[in-house]
Design a protein around this ligand. Structure first.
Ligand SMILES: Nc1ncnc2c1ncn2[C@@H]1O[C@H](COP(=O)(O)OP(=O)(O)OP(=O)(O)O)[C@@H](O)[C@H]1O
Length: 246
């Protein structure tokens, strides 16, 4: 491990998010290195998506701090965070309708990544190749099926040249075969040095990538560690797997 990958890419301290009286994130402390792939599991409503939303700046936290690559980004808007390298994919893909696949990724690279025209063009092409979508570059985004929409969601995120990629149920709704294809791409991204945080309900798919797992419940991290140990932790079995430990 080199020195850079030894430093945390992101550190979250005392993070709290309330929607009116509802406490959705409850004093979250979390830190990860650039060379890690962290899976997040937990029951519906645990606060997983909200956690990603606060990390990327879509929601302001009620309190707490977020440090990214050594800088306090807690109060930076989402656009500025994406330029610094924090980007997410959405559970339900949100391509721009009325634009081609290429244009979607180009816009992400130019706006989200702040690349000048030629570089944005290169990045968009490279991202589409990586996601196995280059042959669909001229297709209108709204004509894509679910797997290709998920690939496009990933390609748009990659277009911004992320350092930290947050994936929200990118495997949701796909067959195992389709989800496995995405795993191949995500594995390649890890090799390229992109830190990954991935929320996924399809655990056996997630565990092909995650070398660390956290489980959230009621806005808290109730377990954090190597995936096998976390999945056997009594609190996780009870909260997430809906059972009791034998
Ligand atoms: N914008 C919002 N306004 C009010 N409440 C919200 C908002 N967003 C999320 N919530 C509430 O916060 C809680 C956590 O939601 P969140 O989507 O983060 O959970 P989750 O763990 O991602 O669940 P799932 O696995 O179902 O996606 C839920 O009770 C949800 O209704």
């Amino acid at each position: 491990m080199n020195e850079a990958s030894n430093q945390p890419i992101v550190t979250v301290s005392g993070l709290e998010k309330r929607f009116r009286a509802l406490v959705v994130l409850d004093q979250i402390d979390f830190s990860m290195r650039a060379d890690e792939a962290v899976g997040i599991v937990g029951p519906n409503g645990a606060g997983k998506t909200t956690f990603l939303s606060v990390l990327v700046g879509a929601h302001a936290p009620t309190s707490g701090t977020i440090t990214f690559a050594g800088e306090d980004v807690t109060h930076l808007p989402a656009a500025e965070r994406s330029r610094r390298g924090i980007i997410r994919t959405h559970q339900i893909p949100r391509p721009f309708g009325g634009m081609t696949v290429f244009e979607n990724v180009f816009v992400a690279a130019a706006n989200g990544g702040n690349f000048a025209r030629e570089e944005a063009y290169e990045r968009a092409s490279e991202s589409l190749r990586l996601c196995g979508m280059f042959h669909l570059a001229n297709r209108r985004a709204e004509t894509l099926g679910l797997l290709d929409r998920k690939r496009l969601e990933l390609a748009r995120a990659l277009g911004t040249n992320p350092k930290l990629l947050l994936l929200d149920e990118i495997g949701g709704g796909l067959t195992d075969g389709e989800a496995n294809e995405l795993v191949g791409t995500i594995r390649e991204l890890r090799h390229r040095g992109i830190a990954i945080v991935w929320i996924e309900h399809i655990v056996h798919i997630l565990l092909q990538i995650a070398d660390r797992l956290i489980c959230m419940d009621a806005g808290r991290i109730i377990a954090d560690g190597d995936p096998e140990t976390v999945m056997k932790t009594p609190a996780v079995v009870e909260a997430y797997l809906g059972g009791s430990v034998e």
